[in-house]
Design a protein around this ligand. Structure first.
Ligand code: IMP
Ligand code: MG
Length: 185
């Protein structure tokens, strides 16, 4: 892997500072909403890890965590529509106030599937927090309860989001130059 790969970032859409400020804000709201509850934060691997680990440290209440892994994308930039559960939760969510943490709500296919699965296991409540929301691409009617940023229809990477498994460790949200993914499609 050539190490100049970050040169494929055309522009920074959301800076590290903007993300930090937004997560502090979300952390306060979520702490207040869950103060008397039994919060279990569920991360959807892998894209959510950076957001989730920052968000959980922005809370001033206790939370438990668990993870599940799903796949819907191939290596391209559009959802295939098929959602596969690659790894299920370890915890029985019954009785917990579950908050799903995700990197982005795009077509909604992935999260609606995850939501349906968790609801079938009778949590005390279920809400969704995503760092990003791309409402223009929605195929399934779904809304988040906590959203960091609403973004236009551009393929973004960084802060957990990948293109073909790269760029996840960038500390900001960037837009790839089109030539960086066109050759893959
Ligand atoms: P959905 O099922 O179309 O809502 O897709 C959700 C998943 O697709 C997210 O968890 C991401 O992993 C991925 N995804 C959607 N949009 C983007 C993007 O702009 N950049 C990187 N990954 C994305
Ligand atoms: Mg993901």
């Amino acid at each position: 892997m050539p190490q100049d790969i970050f040169q494929n970032i055309g522009k920074i859409l959301i800076t590290e500072e903007q993300i930090k400020a937004k997560i502090a804000e979300l952390g306060k709201i979520i702490s207040n909403d869950y103060r008397d509850k039994n919060l279990l934060m569920v991360g959807v691997l892998k894209g959510s890890v950076v957001f989730m680990t920052d968000l959980m440290r922005a809370l001033d209440i206790n939370c438990k965590i668990d993870f599940m892994a799903v796949s819907s994308y191939g290596s391209g930039t559009k959802s295939t529509g098929n959602v596969n559960i690659l790894m299920d939760l370890r915890k029985d969510v019954a009785g917990y106030d579950v908050l799903i943490a995700e990197d982005i709500l795009d077509s909604g296919v992935t999260l609606s599937k995850v939501k349906e699965l968790i609801l079938s296991r009778k949590p005390a409540s279920l809400k969704i927090a995503t760092l990003l929301d791309k409402p223009s691409r929605r195929k399934v009617p779904l809304q988040t309860d906590y959203t960091g940023f609403v973004i236009p229809d551009e393929f973004v990477v960084g802060y957990g989001l990948d293109f073909d498994e790269d760029y996840r460790n960038l500390p900001y949200i960037g837009v790839l130059k089109p030539e960086a993914y066109e050759k893959h499609e």
